[in-house]
Design a protein around this ligand. Sequence first.
Ligand code: HEM
Length: 268
Amino acid sequence: MSEDPPASPAVTYGSYLQVDALLDLQQPRSQGPEHDEILFIVIHQVYELWFKQMLHELDRAVALLTQNDASRAQHTLKRILTILKVMVAQLDILETMTPLEFLSFRSRLEAASGFQSDQFRQIEFVLGAKARGAVERFGAGTRAREALERRWAEPTIWDAFLAYLSRNGYEVPAAQLNRDRTAAIEPSPEVQRILIEIYRRDPVHSELCERLVDLDEGIQEWRYRHVKMVQRTIGMKRGTGGSSGARYLETTLGRPAFPDLWEIRSSL
Ligand code: HEM
């Protein structure tokens, strides 16, 4: 007679979410440790989890556009924007840390910096801001390198949007549909003409455009708030990642992901 296999333990809150492993991931480096280092670690880890979720949703939005399901793509974009709002709001928590509180453990970060967040670069890549240096920063065979290599070659959400428009009655020029997907998204007068037409006569697709503008603006808002937080925490000091700090970060502001959607506003 064969014996029943041993019953697997019942799923609990702790086992399902791996709470023990999760709570073991915050490892301060300062002696003591300094009180605020835990906050600094938790916030960054929470951001990485939101980045992961955003990428999951961005992939879904691209897939839905490719399947011609604009309505669900729009729903997914709405979720992404809601996550972005939370991500921006979370900076308020870190801004309760004073410059001296940060200095109490800053040296222990050595050369570590958010500049090295591969998931942030992946988000930039999906939005069309691709830089080869961001891929090559990570060693061959690492998770980060493989993810960035894959996204380097993949179409951006803008490419998925243009292909969607082309399948749905808009004459998007072939040069745009077949553009080099690793290159920066440049403004295109032909695409702008199509977008103006959409805004004037196609309320369904103009809503989709507005969600892409929300996404673009949301990322720009995060960048702006991050720079302000950096200025109030370390002033104009150099970053731990080796850049000029706030001065470098200011150069990343005011660069829209989807320039055509901004250009057309003056012509509407
Ligand atoms: C006290 C808090 C913080 C300070 C002082 C700070 C400082 C800086 C500085 C100076 C840079 C420029 C690169 C360098 O030289 O290091 C940078 C880049 C960056 N930081 Fe922060 N940061 C803080 C919090 C955060 C948080 C909570 C996140 C969330 C993940 C974050 C994500 C990033 C990202 C993604 C970049 C790269 C931005 C780009 O290259 O466009 N930072 N940070």
